[in-house]
Design a protein around this ligand. Structure first.
Ligand code: F6R
Length: 248
């Protein structure tokens, strides 16, 4: 992993948004789809804000963009304000010209008995577009990327998982209590993510400093799934000062 530290997360987010915009335009020139893997949570909010600004003020078009979100809680209703479906529409999709049929977010309403096949189909759908050109990631304090919690296999694919207690407790405030946080989720796998041609992972603030150090300086292991990115040849870790403060 190559890491870059910025003074502020706001500025770093602009840099990430501009890289995405450049890729979209390059693909447009070649009349190709631009296949983006997207994350939710607090880390990418300013990236989406800048992409929306580029659309409104600088004519950036998303007509050739196809998106696949990393994950969704399970079970989860699409209209629930806690859903990643809601988040993505609120922060990005409602404000740009992406075609609705090009948006893919794991569906938290799929019936239990259809879930296994649903996950296989999600993976196949990504492959049918030739894989991800760019994957945007945040990192959880357990070392998860997507919802690949400790123990996830480096070759894992889209599947349903059980969320770690720490992940659920970090989500508790937005759900008004840990008891309201779903116990499970659907997530792309480590293998799915690692097939992306380009990966950008972001971490902001003191709370992430420890896991950032372990991810960048620790040995590769399932205990901290983000360490699997160490042998991906085109990954950049984008940090603000606070998130980088434990690095040696
Ligand atoms: C969200 C996701 C998660 C988050 C991670 C960090 O789609 O896949 O891995 O990126 O939990 O969340 P924030 O950015 O809220 O600290």
């Amino acid at each position: 992993i190559h890491n870059v530290v910025f003074k502020s997360s706001d500025y770093a987010s602009l840099i990430v948004a501009h890289e995405i915009a450049k890729l979209i335009k390059e693909k447009q020139k070649k009349e190709e789809y631009c296949v983006l893997g997207l994350a939710t949570g607090s880390s990418p909010i300013k990236v989406y804000e800048e992409l929306v600004r580029l659309h409104n003020e600088e004519d950036l078009s998303f007509v050739n963009v196809v998106t696949f979100n990393l994950d969704e809680y399970y079970p989860m209703d699409k209209n629930d304000m806690q859903s990643y479906h809601y988040f993505m529409h609120q922060h990005l999709f409602d404000h740009i010209d992406i075609l609705p049929e090009n948006i893919h977010i794991p569906d938290g309403t799929v019936k239990q008995e259809d879930l296994h096949q649903y996950c296989i189909d999600y993976e196949l759908k990504i492959n049918s577009f030739g894989g991800l050109d760019f994957q945007l990631l945040g990192i959880g304090r357990t070392g998860h990327i997507g919802f690949n919690e400790p123990g996830s296999h480096y070759n894992s694919v889209t599947r349903s998982i059980t969320l770690d207690h720490l992940t659920r407790s970090d989500a508790a405030s937005s759900f008004l209590g840990i008891d309201n946080v779903p116990k499970r989720a659907i997530t792309m796998g480590i293998g799915t993510i690692k097939k992306a041609s380009r990966i950008v992972i972001m971490a902001w603030g003191h709370k992430k400093a420890e896991i950032v150090k372990e991810t960048i300086e620790g040995s590769i292991s399932a205990t901290i799934p983000a360490t699997y990115l160490q042998n991906h040849t085109n990954t950049t870790f984008i940090l603000d000062k606070e998130a980088s403060e434990e690095l040696t």
